[in-house]
Design a protein around this ligand. Structure first.
Ligand SMILES: NC(=O)c1ccc[n+]([C@@H]2O[C@H](COP(=O)([O-])OP(=O)(O)OC[C@H]3O[C@@H](n4cnc5c(N)ncnc54)[C@H](OP(=O)(O)O)[C@@H]3O)[C@@H](O)[C@H]2O)c1
Length: 302
């Protein structure tokens, strides 16, 4: 099979085939004996069958969960990450499970690497992309006055500049697909103030507005644009801060649901925003936050 340059492709037709066989087995026999990520899609509005997707940053955390969620609904997925060994490991695991996932080593904060990534996606999916998930984002926790110019640029380039440019590069492919969805992984920091996150919050606030702008600008091309805004989700990005017990207790007390989120609780919302089931939703930012952003004042003493 022809592979575009720079694409790590470990899927084989036989493995993909075995998954579809599994799907057919479960749907026809209604057996519960095979554990699947999802029940087999039964209605076209709850299916991504035949659709193509790019998920940036798919080897860990929220991006990893999104890859698996989209594949579970029937999409073919391409992902990327900087660490080649981790990417290869993920691709092997996915392909061992029969998932149709390919990947590229790419640092999305570097313009020419983004261009190369989109060239690979274009070849991989014959010029048509139905789903673009802008998931990559980073954080540097510091008081505003202590951030260096280089750190500010790194945050702006990784979180906002790269996302903006990837949208520009993806536009012809999204348009060519005839029915497309862009989903941004924003943050509650784009809505409310969080300690030592002034630049990160500004980039996520900008992504929220970009979500609304693209919804209006690209509606004529049948491209929807939405975002999810998570609060604390258990991933490698927040491992260090969440290793502090007192800090976590404060997070719980600020969160009406009283717990952290799981990557799969974000990926399911992302998948919904890509499914035909959400076809009249565009320009929305959905907080996946256990109620954190609507929390008011509930004194415990009365
Ligand atoms: N976790 C939370 O509590 C939380 C809360 C609100 C919002 N978010 C947002 O959710 C998104 C995902 O966060 P996460 O917590 O899942 O992060 P994570 O666990 O650190 O995973 C990040 C993923 O993105 C890849 N990545 C990072 N920088 C990259 C780059 N420059 N180019 C290409 N790939 C890159 C990583 O692989 P490599 O390192 O190999 O590149 C990895 O696969 C981010 O936008 C973040 O702001 C997270």
């Amino acid at each position: 099979m022809h592979q575009p340059q720079g694409v790590v492709a470990l899927h084989t037709p036989s493995l993909s085939l075995s998954l579809s066989k599994l799907r057919r087995t479960t749907s026809h026999s209604h057996s519960n004996s095979i554990t699947m990520l999802h029940a087999p899609p039964t209605h076209p509005k709850w299916s991504l069958q035949g659709m193509t997707a790019l998920v940036t940053g798919g080897t860990r955390g929220i991006g990893h969960a999104i890859v698996e969620e989209l594949v579970g609904f029937g999409a073919r997925v391409h992902t990327c990450a900087r660490n080649e060994a981790e990417l290869t490991k993920s691709l092997i695991q996915w392909n061992d499970s029969g998932f149709d996932v390919t990947g590229s080593v790419c640092d999305v904060s570097v313009p020419h690497q983004r261009e190369k990534l989109m060239d690979s996606v274009c070849s991989q999916f014959q010029g048509k992309l139905n789903i673009l998930i802008n998931n990559v984002g980073t954080n540097i926790r510091k008081p505003m006055t202590e951030l260096t110019t280089a750190e500010i640029s790194r945050l702006m380039d990784t979180n906002l500049g790269s996302t903006f440019h990837i949208c520009q590069l993806a536009y012809p492919l999204l348009k060519a697909s005839g029915i497309a969805s862009v989903v941004f992984v924003s943050s509650v920091s784009g809505f409310v103030s969080l300690k030592s996150m002034s630049v990160q919050g500004a980039t996520k606030g900008a992504i929220n507005q970009l979500t609304r702008n693209l919804a209006c600008e690209w509606a004529k091309d049948n491209i929807r644009s939405n975002a999810v805004a998570p609060w604390y989700i258990k991933t490698s990005m927040v491992e260090k801060v969440l290793s502090n017990k007192e800090y976590v207790e404060e997070v719980y007390s600020r969160t009406p649901l009283g717990r952290l989120g799981d990557p799969a609780e974000v990926s399911s919302v992302v998948a919904f925003l890509c499914l035909p089931a959400s076809s009249y939703i565009t320009g929305q930012i959905i907080c996946v936050d256990g109620g954190m952003t609507v929390n008011g004042f509930y004194p415990t003493h009365t």
